[in-house]
Design a protein around this ligand. Structure first.
Ligand code: AMP
Length: 211
């Protein structure tokens, strides 16, 4: 199964992608995570993209596409995968089609934007195992400590209110056109991301099992 998950920043793509990846036993590929890994490893590429990412800008297409192509060659992708955060503009969507052809489904998680800022400012990530939390909606058992591995949770630099607003502008300008692109291909499924995290996961699983 090959899936794409689209949604504005804070729509819950990462959380749902992790759950779907476990449920369907397919790889979860987050281009944001792959890029953050380069920054953590302090590679030449990582140094080049640090400021771009902290400001909430899109990393140039050729860099992200190269990293994604490499990732898709790994063995765990043979069973299928869920792309989280890619494609983010029309040129990436067309480039992806050149590499893998059509995916099985493109899921758009739709969320009212007035709740996005509240959601994102409470978001906390585990820098070690990638587990995600929210201080109010999905808190860890012990504040700021990862339930899975015990590491101290962090807030991403690009989750500040100003940067989130900028990322939403980019989403409207660059990412929304791909919704049309996939809709025309008959691949798009819209899911409300406003409700409870578990309910959204069950909706997604149901849609995909029926597909
Ligand atoms: P995410 O974790 O998906 O919210 O992505 C975090 C940041 O990584 C974005 O704000 C961009 O700076 C960068 N990024 C992730 N995916 C892409 C992509 N497909 N194209 C360009 N930049 C990306």
């Amino acid at each position: 199964m090959k899936l794409i998950l689209i949604g504005c920043p804070g729509a819950g793509k990462g959380t749902q992608a992790k759950r779907l990846s476990k449920h369907f036993d397919i790889a979860h590929i987050s281009t944001g995570d792959l890029l953050r890994e380069q920054i953590e490893l302090k590679t030449e590429l990582g140094k080049k993209i640090t400021d771009i990412m902290d400001e909430g800008q899109l990393v140039p297409d050729e860099i992200v596409s190269r990293i994604l192509s490499e990732r898709l060659k790994r063995d765990d992708c043979k069973k299928g995968y869920i792309l989280d955060g890619y494609p983010r503009n029309l040129s990436q969507a067309e480039g992806l089609f050149e590499i893998i052809g059509d995916v099985d489904k493109v899921i758009l998680i739709e969320v009212n934007e007035d709740i996005i800022i509240e959601r994102m400012s409470g978001r906390r990530d585990c820098p070690k195992c990638g587990q995600m939390y929210h201080t109010k909606h999905n808190p860890p058992k012990v504040p700021d400590v990862c339930d899975e591995c015990g590491s101290t949770l962090i807030q991403r630099k690009d989750d500040t209110e100003e940067t989130v607003k900028h990322r939403l502008d980019i989403y409207h300008g660059a990412t929304l056109p791909i919704i049309n692109y996939y809709d025309k291909k008959g691949l798009l499924v819209r899911v409300s991301g406003n409700g409870d995290i578990d309910e959204i996961t069950s909706d997604l699983v149901k849609i995909l099992e029926e597909a």
